[in-house]
Write a protein that binds this ligand. Structure first.
Ligand SMILES: Cc1cc2nc3c(=O)[nH]c(=O)nc-3n(C[C@H](O)[C@H](O)[C@H](O)COP(=O)(O)OP(=O)(O)OC[C@H]3O[C@@H](n4cnc5c(N)ncnc54)[C@H](O)[C@@H]3O)c2cc1C
Length: 417
């Protein structure tokens, strides 16, 4: 008989679990609280710019193997596009200096041996200084593991870790930073090619998953928020959605793939991260210069990464809590000034949109990292997924997909006992 699984939450973690289980011939039911799938990784039509934009610019790397496998499984790997080489142009707005970080295409970080490919004014010894991150324990701070000053830090380590951890790197978890360095810089250029969902996050990572699920007979219900569930003998026996409820038969499973605050209210007593950090994105309707790189790293300014899309320049600012209450127009003007300098463009402020995701990621400190639970719970047929569960990575798409895959594997293992 076909087994049934209910997936709560249609973010990337829920969708990846759903796809994996639908492919394993499960009868899948997805329940999403909002009217749209994708969670923190979604696109929408924005009237201010008259463009379909993403809630935030999302950068994947060629070494994000679970995320890429997920895209492959929904038929959209080709929709993740980027330069052929792992090259990252940078500009320092405080000095005007520009450089190209060229990580090559090897599986080893051989680029650090080649002066012309390294960050300017850095030497091999600076890179060796990052090694303590690789074997750092979970409770260490980045600032206790490596030097958080100097040219290499300012031009590479700080931008990389700020983007990955979404906080000021010195206060971040050295364990999580180490995982990032292991899977990026240390894994050589082959793992570092930047990839972007050029046609939009929803078109590449969300809608094709929904279509695949529906084609396989799954149900996907929107505005269907799980309020609570009933349990008996250590199992979930009923899901309650307010206006309706669903009985969970013996042998059926539930994957809860919701953000930590929702998970904690559904499962009282569950330990979850409790602190979060914001990410600010600005989108400008503006045709990028023809030679604009798809991604430009920016240091010494407000802007951190500048993305060039057809008809649009977009900016990401991590650890953005300080900007959350700034008047929108003032913020848009300040960001546009940086964009003009960094992107070598000029003009009045074009049509713009600012998206401030207040709880973009859990706070990647050792203290908050220690609050991340695994997939298994005290209930035998209920499993957790989400970028905030204990994936060993900061809150990223790669972490979300890994958590979804892991929860799905628990469901599959459950049916084998
Ligand atoms: C602005 C921004 C920029 C980012 N940039 C990057 C990047 O460059 N690279 C990268 O790898 N990652 C990036 N991330 C992180 C990435 O978006 C997240 O890690 C990922 O989307 C999280 O997916 P998730 O499924 O774990 O959680 P979510 O996306 O939060 O999904 C949870 C879903 O559960 C639903 N839900 C909640 N409660 C209930 C309920 N009771 N019943 C039913 N449904 C419920 C929610 O509505 C939501 O759809 C960024 C995030 C943001 C916000």
């Amino acid at each position: 008989m076909q087994k049934t699984v209910h997936i709560i939450g249609a973010g990337i973690s829920g969708l990846s679990a759903a796809v994996r289980l639908a492919n394993a011939n499960y009868k899948v039911h997805v329940h999403e609280a909002t009217q749209q799938a994708g969670g923190r990784c979604r696109s929408y039509f924005d009237a201010a710019t008259n463009l379909t934009i993403d809630n935030g610019n999302h950068l994947l790397l060629s070494g994000n193997r679970h995320a890429l496998a997920y895209a492959r499984s929904i038929g959209t790997e080709a929709g993740l596009v980027g330069p052929k080489l792992a090259q990252f142009p940078f500009v320092d707005l405080s000095t005007g200096q520009r450089w190209l970080l060229d990580l090559g295409d090897t599986k080893l970080p051989l680029w650090v041996l080649d002066e012309s490919r390294r960050v300017p004014d850095t030497g091999l010894i600076d890179y060796l200084g990052l090694m303590p991150l690789i074997w750092s324990g979970k409770d260490r701070l980045v600032k206790d593991a490596i030097r958080c000053d100097g040219t290499l830090y300012r031009r590479l380590v700080q931008p990389l870790l700020l983007a990955a951890l979404n906080l000021d790197p010195p206060e971040g978890s050295a364990g999580l930073a180490g995982a990032v360095v292991r899977e990026t810089l240390l894994a050589g250029g082959q793992a570092c090619r930047p990839l972007i969902a050029r046609d939009g996050l929803s078109a590449v990572l969300v809608e094709p998953a929904i279509k695949l699920l529906q084609d396989k007979g799954a149900s996907v219900r929107f505005s269907h928020e799980l309020r609570e569930f009933a349990t008996s003998k250590g199992r979930v026996t009923e899901l309650n959605f307010g206006d309706d409820s669903i009985a969970i038969a013996p042998g059926d499973a539930v994957v809860v793939a919701v953000p930590p605050r929702s998970a904690a209210s559904l499962l009282p007593g569950l330990k979850t991260p409790t602190k979060f950090r914001a990410i600010v994105n600005a989108h400008f309707r503006f045709d990028p210069p023809r030679d604009a790189p798809p991604i430009l790293g920016v240091v010494g300014g407000l802007v951190e990464w500048l993305f060039a899309f057809p008809q649009r320049l977009s900016v990401t600012i991590s650890n953005g809590d300080r900007l959350v209450d700034m008047p929108r127009e003032e913020l848009a003007n300040a960001i546009w000034r940086d964009v003009c300098k960094a992107g070598s463009v000029a003009g009045e402020l074009p049509p713009w949109q600012i998206v401030r995701e207040r709880r973009a990621t859990f706070e990647a400190t050792p203290e908050q990292n220690a609050l991340r639970p695994g997939a298994a719970t005290g209930l035998k047929n209920l499993f957790l997924a989400g970028d905030w569960t204990d994936t060993g990575l900061p809150a990223t798409i790669e972490g979300s997909v890994r958590s979804g895959d892991r929860a799905a594997d628990h469901v599959l293992a459950m049916s084998q006992v």
